[in-house]
Design a protein around this ligand. Structure first.
Ligand code: SAM
Length: 284
């Protein structure tokens, strides 16, 4: 036991909290595991934390047992509010519960001032959208993100050039953050078990002067280049070039990239040069 609260299985039964597949619900009930995930946040005893999609509160309890200055949870399924309220009662003054769609929340608006860590067993269907929202935040309001994804998505966040998983998500993530795959979690750790393995990724924002500041342009060129990843860049970049005054060849020449190469062989710095060239060619 990591706290005085009843076992999660009993909480789920008492509140009638069956998993709802359309909300991407797979619960972690092993509190030793959720505490281990929470410990990836590091020492946040004097800082705030935000958890997205707490559900019945397995990870929430892990975070509170690990120790945090305060924790704000954002859950869109109102069925969980009662169970979460009981956790709040066991940790007076620590837990704030917000019923909302996390995609629509302006986090700095609802969080206390100061460094904040994001933790989440992300709903699979909105996981990447939320990650991109947090990467694009300006200024970046979070100091670390500890995020669970299905394994294939986690691999795409940390992927290196030349690998199958390398693409838009790796380039956007690593242009803003240092990323690492911290923990693999088997499907059987969840109730109900999903079809695939999961993994926890830790993202730490780079120092401000090393972060790439035009993720919109980077998103455009990577979506185009990897949208047809088997073609050479000369051809695959046509969609992004179509939004500018330049041809794909001209953009690639400005970025000093061989147009006969394929997207997966170009490193992150190369895509950043391409994003700069794309931006310059869209300027009025
Ligand atoms: N964190 C819990 C755990 O680890 O057992 C539950 C994880 S479950 C995979 C995902 C949770 O995210 C569900 O509780 C679901 O209702 C919630 N959720 C889904 N979409 C959401 C959204 N857009 N905003 C906030 N919560 C969301």
């Amino acid at each position: 036991m990591i706290d005085e609260l009843p076992p999660l299985r009993d909480v789920i039964a008492a509140h009638g909290l069956g998993a709802n597949k359309s909300f991407g619900q797979h619960f972690l009930l092993d509190l030793n595991l959720t505490r281990k995930i929470a410990s990836l946040a590091g020492d946040i005893s004097q800082q705030s934390a935000i958890e997205i999609g707490p559900g019945p509160g397995g990870l929430t309890r892990g975070i509170l047992a690990h120790g945090t200055g305060s924790l704000l949870v954002v859950e869109k399924d109102s069925r969980f509010l009662g169970a979460l309220g009981e956790i709040g009662d066991a940790y007076p003054g620590k837990l704030e519960i917000v019923e909302a769609d996390a995609l629509k929340v302006d986090e700095p608006d609802v969080l206390p001032e100061g460094p904040c860590t994001i933790l989440s067993n992300l709903p699979y269907n909105v996981g990447t959208l939320l990650l991109i929202k947090w990467l694009e935040a300006s200024p970046i309001w979070w100091r670390r993100a500890v995020l669970m994804f299905q394994r294939e998505v986690a691999d795409r966040v940390v992927a290196q050039p030349g690998s199958k998983a390398y693409g838009r998500l790796a380039i956007l993530s690593q242009s803003v953050c240092e990323t690492r795959l911290a923990l693999k979690i088997p499907a059987r750790a969840f109730t109900p078990p999903p079809k695939v393995e999961s993994a926890v990724v830790v993202l730490d924002p780079l120092p401000e002067d090393q972060r790439f500041d035009d993720l919109k342009a980077l998103g455009e060129v990577t979506a185009s280049a990897f949208g047809q990843r088997r073609k050479t860049l000369r051809r695959s970049l046509a969609a992004a070039a179509g939004k500018t005054r330049a041809s794909a060849e001209e953009l690639l020449q400005t970025a000093d990239i061989d147009p006969g190469l394929r997207a997966e062989t170009i490193d992150i710095a190369g895509f950043q040069r391409l994003a700069r060239a794309w931006r310059a060619a869209t300027a009025p």
